[in-house]
Design a binder for this molecule. Structure first.
Ligand code: 2F8
Ligand code: CA
Length: 207
């Protein structure tokens, strides 16, 4: 009998229990629902992330645009103010021609106070521009530091020069440079730095 029972057991061993099957399928459908819900949640998060990213990019673009507008407005304002104060624009710089006279250092101090410096002449066109005012003026060139080593106020050495014939000739008693002639390419003279003269400042438009 015991033997028979065992046989019966093994006979029904592979037949699925219907109640177990319904529990299993319920679990599965619950899991499917959970997976579907999780997937839809992930999709929503992704969409939210994309929208947030786009909004950040839009905000960044807006900030850059406003910053550029503000900077350009500030530059326009600066240019207008300079022009009203008598500065003249030429090829990337603003120039101020003084109407009073000062020593070379006082002239330089005036320019520095304005955020500029005495003019540095780099090109023939700029040289021609400085002579068109027909004024004897200090420029930003000196050999005060080392005799005969002519340097511009930014510390760069003199390469392209426009000395009048016979100049420079003042040795240690003439260490600063003025524009002396207006109709000739050779127009500079070295002079005592303590001489009161007009001067010309230069301010780079975009430093
Ligand atoms: O002839 C050029 C010479 O002229 C004057 O000296 C006589 C200048 N000095 C003054 O004006 C003080 C020189 O610098 C210049 O070289
Ligand atoms: Ca001289």
């Amino acid at each position: 009998m015991e033997m028979m029972c065992h046989e019966e057991d093994s006979l029904y061993a592979n037949v699925p229990d219907p109640s177990a099957r319904s529990v299993e399928s319920k679990i599965r459908s619950d899991e499917d629902r959970k997976v579907a819900a999780a997937e839809s949640g992930i999709k929503r998060y992704r969409l939210a992330a994309v929208i947030l990213g786009l909004l950040c990019m839009l905000q960044a673009a807006l900030i850059i645009f406003l910053l550029i507008s503000l900077l350009s407005e500030r530059d326009d304002l600066k240019r207008n103010n300079l022009t009203q104060e008598g500065w003249e624009y030429f090829s990337g710089s603003f120039y101020y021609i003084s109407s009073t006279r000062k020593t070379w250092q006082e002239s330089r101090n005036y320019c520095l106070q304005k955020g500029a410096d005495l003019v540095i002449i780099n090109r023939k066109e700029e040289h021609d521009f400085t002579t068109k005012f027909r004024k004897l003026m200090w420029i930003g060139l000196t050999d005060s530091e080392t005799e005969e080593k002519w340097k511009w106020v930014d510390g760069t050495p003199l390469t392209e020069s426009y000395w009048d014939s016979g100049e420079p000739n003042g040795g240690k008693s003439e260490n600063c440079v003025k524009i002396k002639k207006f109709d000739s390419e050779n127009s500079w003279n070295d002079l005592s730095c303590s001489t009161p003269l007009n001067w010309i400042c230069e301010m780079k438009d975009c430093p």
